[in-house]
Design a protein around this ligand. Structure first.
Ligand SMILES: Cc1cc2nc3c(=O)[nH]c(=O)nc-3n(C[C@H](O)[C@H](O)[C@H](O)COP(=O)(O)OP(=O)(O)OC[C@H]3O[C@@H](n4cnc5c(N)ncnc54)[C@H](O)[C@@H]3O)c2cc1C
Length: 370
């Protein structure tokens, strides 16, 4: 039997960033339990690495801006490598979608980001592969970019470890013990851990952890998404921004010698390792042919998929559980958990420390009980 002041379930971005921020706030006896042999086996190690800041939810957008600032300029000693390649991003839209691009520009201004809606010629100058694409305008955000996600994840874990946190791999949490409505221990593959504070940072499995606490899944539901590494037979600029078609929901960015692409599929999926579905490649081919015809002949070199996790209102869930004393949520980070992770970890740590804020009210799990 071991003990810890705080036990974090999961060493993805949610758990790692929270461990990091807790240790920065002086909490030392932190234990991170991760079922896999290494960190980043699931969404945190296999996402598209886009630092995308002008999100539709303005509170999440503020977290993304805070996150991108941290990633662009992390504290001294966090990493030896640059974490962010500031390539910028282009959201393209057809005529009906141009009003949305202008709304994004206003939202960016409110976030302190000087972005603009640009014309087709300007967009094509930045990404020549857009030459024959049928779009009417683009939203240009020069502050977005591509992140070294493995370095970021390892940076959190290394800093937390050097500040006293313990990280145990190959250690599955299998149950939770409550006494008088409050957390008293976790059951794990390596025995019982006594603790009065558990952080549910289990990603697609956050619903399972919630079930361990006896409160059901709380609408936690993963959705599968595919990524494709492709080989292009048109010249690809290594410094191109990532390009997202706002109406058709398909994106690409340079990666290696080719392009990383996603058809933005969002198929409900149980919390288990997903397998690649051939229908996603077909969906990608159809969307690329319509959105970016100059890239219609790309060939798929490899494909993978992983799970994005949501609750019913698609808003992050961060904060103290209203019914189970000692259970703190840092979950349901959907498609933005990497970019927002520095801020998400800050909020998770604040919740553990019993702090109150309008941000924590907004993301509170209490809303799931109505
Ligand atoms: C295809 C795709 C593309 C994406 N692209 C981007 C992007 O470009 N930019 C961006 O910001 N975000 C992106 N995301 C979202 C981002 O990857 C996620 O929001 C983020 O990684 C979620 O982190 P997490 O820690 O909550 O979950 P995970 O990374 O899944 O980590 C949870 C961990 O908990 C462990 N665990 C679960 N249950 C237990 C248990 N019982 N015991 C012990 N350990 C357990 C798991 O093994 C796992 O390692 C993308 C996601 C996907 C799927």
């Amino acid at each position: 039997m071991s003990t810890a002041d705080v036990v974090i379930i999961g060493a993805g971005f949610a758990g790692a960033a929270t461990a990091y921020q807790l240790t920065r706030r002086g909490v030392r006896n932190v234990l991170v339990l991760e079922r896999e042999a290494v960190a980043g086996v699931h969404a945190s190690g296999r996402n598209a690495a886009l630092a995308f800041q002008v999100l539709s939810d303005s509170a999440e957008a503020r977290l993304a801006v805070e996150g991108a600032r941290f990633i662009a300029d992390p504290p001294e000693g966090f990493t030896a490598l640059a974490l962010l390649r500031r390539t910028g991003s282009l959201l393209v839209a057809d005529t009906a979608g141009v009003a949305q691009l202008h709304r994004s520009a206003r939202a960016a201004a409110a976030l302190g980001l000087g972005c603009q809606v640009i014309g087709v010629d300007d967009a094509v100058r930045r990404v020549p592969a857009l030459a024959r694409a049928p779009f009417a305008a683009a939203f240009w955000n020069p502050y977005d970019g591509v992140v070294d996600i493995h370095e970021l994840l390892q940076g959190y874990l290394a800093a937390a470890r050097s500040a006293g946190a313990r990280i145990e791999y190959r250690c599955s949490v299998t149950g939770m013990r409550l006494e008088g409505g409050r957390v008293s221990a976790l059951e794990t593959a390596h025995g019982r851990v006594e603790t009065r504070c558990v952080i549910n940072a289990a990603g697609a499995w956050a619903g399972d952890v919630s079930e361990f606490a006896g409160i059901g899944t709380q609408t936690v539901a993963p959705r599968r998404r595919h990524l494709f590494q492709t080989v292009a037979d048109v010249p690809v600029g290594r410094d191109w921004p990532f390009v997202w078609h706002n109406d058709l929901d398909v994106y690409f960015r340079p990666e290696g010698d080719g392009l990383l692409m996603s058809p933005c599929d969002a198929t409900p999926h149980p919390p288990r390792e997903p397998v690649v579905d051939g229908a996603a490649a077909q969906l990608l081919a159809e969307k690329i042919a319509r959105a970016f015809p100059a890239l219609a002949t790309v060939r798929v070199a490899s494909a993978w998929c992983c799970l994005r996790t949501f609750v019913r209102d698609e808003r992050f869930v961060i904060g103290r559980d209203p019914d189970v004393d000692g259970l703190v949520w840092v979950a349901a980070l959907g498609g933005h958990g990497m970019t927002t992770s520095p801020a998400v970890g800050r909020l998770g740590a604040a919740a553990v420390l019993g702090e109150a804020s309008a941000e924590l009210d907004y993301f509170s799990p209490a809303r799931l009980r109505h």
